[in-house]
Design a protein around this ligand. Sequence first.
Ligand code: EPU
Length: 784
Amino acid sequence: MKPASEECDALADSAREEFPSRVPPLDLPRFLTREHHRIHLVGVAGSGMSGLAGLLIELGHAVSGSDKVTTTETERLQRLGLRFHDQHRPEHADAADLVVFSSAIKSDNPILVASRDSGKPVVRRAEALAAIMRAKRGIVIAGMHGKTTTSAMTAHVLREGGLHPSHYVGAEIPLLGTNAHWDWRGEYFVAEGDESDGTLRCFHPEQSLILNIEEEHLDFYADLAAIEKVFEQLIDQTSGTVFYNADDPNAARLCAKRKGAVSYGFSEEAHYRGIDVELRDFGSVFCVDRCGGKLGEAILNVPGEHNVHNALGVIALASELGIPFEKIAASLRKFEHARRRFEIKYESDRFLLIDDYAHHPTEIRATLKTARAMGRKRVLAMFQPHRYSRTKALCREFGSAFDEADRVVVTDVYPASEPPIPGISGQTIVDEMVKRGHRGASYQPRFERVHCDIGNALDVGDFVLSLGAGNIHEQLSILAADLVIAEKLKAVVGEEGDVRLYEPLSKHTTLRVGGPAQFWVEPRNEKAFADLIRFCRDENLPLFAMGRGSNLLVRDGGIRGVVVHPRGGDFDKIQVNSSEITAGAGVKLREIAYAARASNLGGLEWMEGIPGAVGGALRMNAGAMGAQTFESVTRIRYLDAEGNPHVNDRDELEVFYRRFPLLENNFAISATFRTQPAERAEIDSRLRESQKKRRTTQPIAKSAGCIFKNPGNIPAGRLVDELGLKNSRVGNARVSEVHGNFIVNDGGATAAEMLQLIDKIQSAARAMRGIELETEVEIVGEPE
Ligand code: EPU
């Protein structure tokens, strides 16, 4: 066994310096792999620390750990014997013989401070891992991109090759069972080496596999030269063979000079060379040559050219360890991805949703290239930058990394324990993209809205990717779950119907206010509407009918469930039958007024002044010019809550001023209106009168019509006027100066502002006149 390198000692010293103690020198490899102790891990929930905890438990130690978060991994470890504490309290580590801490832990952590004071040995995660590795024949997989996939692939191929390797990788690998495992039977230990904090230099492996080297982690390293120094040391400390990617200029420059180094890649000089590469949707097929002689064909079921590279590295390493190529190829074929590595979240002929951990510009470019090659129509991406320092250092590179994506929504930076850097946000990357001419980039500072921005832009044939090392995959999971329902809804309303996700309801209300509808559905006929009602009932989905949105105030959080918008097809039909006019729920009242005029039928001229459609007018018994909808209705057709159709004559219906209870739980399909034959001139005169009244007494601005019902003794508009509230405002919501019962949106007003203004008016009416103003507009949806 080699002595620990000076640099790693220097690191250990620096840890001791930060936490000076009376620590006796420790033979760490022996302490960790041949003896049994009590060990406490500070920051045990981290992906690297939890793997180490698992190894230590398997090695027979009594392991405790502390972290401010609990994860499924800490829960799993607790079942294996970890004593877990969700706070960092010194007494929890009192009995420990050794304390191991994660790089994310700050030096003033109370356990570290107490351990320092009591002279307890304290080491970094990588030091402990490197010491454990010394008990076996170590294989370190290092590089900026692809470490987790390649180390998992190596462990899997060695395992299938009967070598019983132990392993330690940075993520959950379903195929391997756990992210770390100690196998007493085998000689090898495969570990992902983390270059981010310089601890790569702690390792003294027998074999190293160098994937790629480029600028990264510039929060820790001064420049590329400093990064290369760490890699060079790892190479120097490798006792056996160094394997390296011949196509990566930096890796090749550092490794080629090393005696006995083995290269792999596509370049002609590579010892293990991939040729005739055929990329497929979810994998690839390629042939492998070794020094000019054909080894055979390999099939991968993980996609992308970068994974062909990774596999070539594994083929080179496993072959040199003596595993026959056929066995390697058979294992590679079975290899499945780590979580969050091009993980399929939803797949159908119409849509494909994939999550990937890519967070460095090079990784993003590779992932998008793979996505593009899969031949779907468009590629849409949601991206969460990871760390302020990386966003700042690589913002130019990020600006060009998304060229293969048609649309990109960038949210804010996932800090990963970093404090914010002023002026650095998701906007920084969008600005760079726009500067470079990207036309589809937008910034969404509100994380929880990212899925809405992408979901609403979805079109058949789209490929959606979530990219980032933080928690952006949660947004893709929400989208995937909703897309499953949206696809079922689409099947319900058929080819001619329309289904959209997260449709902004501000687009569909005359007030131009309101958050998104989770599912926006437009059936085109009665059967589709009835099927939709039954589907929603069976699936327990709330269903809300919305017409022209002229009398509606939707809250900023939007509407959960299905918003049905009966429009187009049968719902837009008008039929004139002698003196009766039948119109579908989607027909605007104004159109009925003019259809009547065309047939010289009068009595419906008041409809000219109402912006809504039949469904809404029925629901609220809308009115103007002293007339009300139900004064002209002879019968209506509607669907009940079970989707069954009914026709009722007017005298069977209970109707009130601005209220028609039947449609609170049922859905209008059409209505038939009574008219009287009239002279065209007489009709025109009444239409003009209505227009004039509207133009002279009502604002043209964006509004929802009258906000309040007229209370018995005074019109609401006059009351508001008398209270002196005209032109009063909350944000961009303002009481119209033209009519006191109208609140107008001066541009960009929110529902919250509207509601505050309504409240202000109601309070004033109550306080000053003892009048309870009841809203006429329907207020629906969720607050934000
Ligand atoms: N008035 C004022 N100051 C104002 C507004 C009105 O003094 O700022 C006075 C008017 O001069 C008039 C009286 O209040 O003497 C009533 O006003 P208006 O004639 O404008 O009628 P309204 O009752 O306010 C109703 C409907 C409107 C419909 C009009 C025209 C209600 C709650 N409103 O308004 O319907 O367009 O008649 O026929 O019944 C709607 O329901 O959304 C709607 C706009």
